[in-house]
Write a protein that binds this ligand. Structure first.
Ligand SMILES: Cc1ncc(COP(=O)(O)O)c(C=O)c1O
Length: 373
């Protein structure tokens, strides 16, 4: 739902595209001569790739990463022709020709993906661009050390492939003191020496803050663009992007001992005003926030009491004067006082999961898009 009239929706999600662009500019400034790309997979971490990516392109971003071909195909028409769209998961067998036809650049993660891309280049009798990913210590995607040695020992294995980039991904970058970061850096440097000379890409959001050594030629932030704190335990240098406001449906005053919600997991110890808000786990308000999360109303904290239901949460609104929370009033679930990382900590997860879980039922309002006042 994109109409920002909340009368038909239970909540309003405001996405500050101008803040996303400012965050991209800050990251670009932080990496100096390197190029700052944007990771817009998973619908730009739930915020709307076809709204976010064109704004970033207008701000100067030239390279966009998604995970799947489908995501790339949806994104490509929204971007200027000069923008590069790369698919992190590379081609699944049989999709190579569609990548080429649609001008989408694959990240090749295995000897099999290299073989598929090489075969297409041979069939078309011309060079095709691709990134090659190496696994520098995460055991997830990319050429394993054994595969890398085999590719290096067999130069024709890359015949017809123009290696437009060599990349790898860090496992522990948000933890700056973790020795795994340096170990991966050393392995990535060694891996580059085994592959054709090409621009290198290593850093996600957090790794940008590990220092120049990690920047290479192209950095790939996602989370930091969307306002997630990049360094564990440090203050967040980026602008907040998301505001989520849930709508009050009704309030009731209950007597001491009254149980609230499924499983009667919470009972009030004193007379309590309960406000029921129309956001639930089907909207990505995680059930782990049961009896833990909170909302804010005009600077007052309203603890979430009882279980999160599919479509509703219940708040202890006793601190708000009677009558202040009329049906239709909006309470803040994500705002500057309670940012995405705070909500994630309450739910025992990470900001990435909070953002990418945000549901499809919200009225969405985009602010700060280029060309708008
Ligand atoms: C390969 C790769 N590069 C870059 C990113 C962006 O990471 P972040 O959102 O931490 O900046 C991701 C995200 O998971 C990724 O998988």
């Amino acid at each position: 739902m994109t109409d920002h009239d909340t009368s038909r929706a239970g909540a309003l999600l405001t996405i500050d595209v101008g803040a996303i662009c400012d965050n991209w500019r800050s990251l670009q400034a932080a990496v100096g001569a390197a190029q700052c790309a944007a990771v817009v997979k998973a619908d730009a971490y739930g915020l709307g790739a076809t709204r976010v990516a064109p704004a970033l392109a207008a701000a100067g971003c030239r390279t966009f990463f998604v995970a799947h071909l489908d995501e790339a195909l949806a994104l490509k028409p929204a971007l200027p022709a000069h923008a590069a769209v790369l698919v992190l998961h590379g081609p699944t067998p049989g999709t190579e020709a569609e990548f080429e036809r649609r001008g989408i650049v694959p990240v090749l993660n295995s000897a099999a993906q290299i073989a598929g891309w090489r075969a297409l280049a041979r069939r078309l009798d011309r060079e095709l661009p691709a990134f090659v990913q190496v696994d520098s210590g995460m055991a997830r995607l990319g050429l394993s050390p054994v595969e890398l040695q085999a590719v290096a020992a067999d130069a024709p294995s890359l015949a017809g492939i123009r290696v437009a980039g060599v990349m790898s991904h860090l496992a522990c970058a948000e933890d700056q003191a973790n020795p795994a970061n340096r170990e991966q850096l050393q392995r990535f440097r060694a891996a580059r020496r085994l592959l054709p000379a090409a621009p290198a890409s290593f850093a996600n959001s957090s790794a940008i803050f590990l220092g120049d050594d990690y920047h290479f030629d192209l950095v790939r932030p996602g989370a930091a663009l969307y306002g997630i704190a990049p360094v564990a335990g440090a203050s967040n240098p980026l602008r907040p992007v998301v505001r989520l406001q849930g709508k009050v449906m009704q309030t009731r005053d209950i007597e001491p001992g009254t149980p609230v919600g499924y499983g009667h997991s919470w009972r009030c110890g004193q007379p309590t005003r309960i406000a029921t808000v129309s956001v639930g786990y089907a909207d990505g308000w995680l059930r782990a926030l049961s009896n833990r999360g909170a909302a804010w109303f005009n600077g007052t904290l309203l603890p979430l009491v009882g279980k999160v239901s599919m479509d509703t949460i219940t708040l202890d609104a006793s601190a708000v004067p009677a009558g202040a929370l009329q049906p239709g009033a909006l309470v803040d679930l994500i705002n500057e006082q309670q940012d995405v990382d705070t909500v994630a900590a309450q739910a025992g997860t990470i900001g990435y999961e909070v953002l990418t879980s945000l549901g499809q039922r919200y009225a969405r309002r985009y602010v700060g898009e280029p060309g708008t006042a």
